[in-house]
Design a protein. Structure first.
Length: 127
């Protein structure tokens, strides 16, 4: 909720599988599963398809963000005009000033960042 009080947007340069985009956004979420905590952040994500799902919230004011929030539980937020979704094998993100990254809720690293989905790289054995 604190983030909502100090809501700000940042200029972002994102390259999705070689396609370069310049955006002013509130946040970017990169997922390999449908859920982030209890939020259905990437409703179209398939864990083993070799793609990462990118959700970008363009510039949102506080009122619109609060309206969007309940829709994250059902995945309906992706239908809002302020939300863009992409799928990619590789993603590069840079910002004009470093932004802290929070993979799995941990504060680790900062932009710029390069992310690549390594499809079927981990072997899993069942007994």
């Amino acid at each position: 909720m604190i983030r909502t009080i100090f809501l700000s947007t940042d200029k972002l340069s994102i390259e999705i599988d070689g396609q370069k985009l310049e955006k002013e956004c509130t946040f970017v979420e990169i997922s390999n599963t449908r859920y982030t905590a209890n939020f259905l952040m990437a409703p179209n994500a398939i864990t083993d398809d070799g793609l990462l799902d990118v959700t970008i919230a363009k510039k949102l004011n506080r009122r619109r963000l609060l309206k969007c929030f309940p829709k994250i539980f059902t995945g309906e937020h992706v239908l809002m005009p302020e939300i863009e979704t992409y799928q990619a094998k590789s993603i590069k993100i840079s910002t004009s000033k470093p932004k802290v990254l929070s993979p799995d809720g941990e504060l680790i690293g900062s932009t710029p960042v390069e992310i690549e989905c390594l499809h079927q790289t981990i072997e899993v054995y069942w007994k």
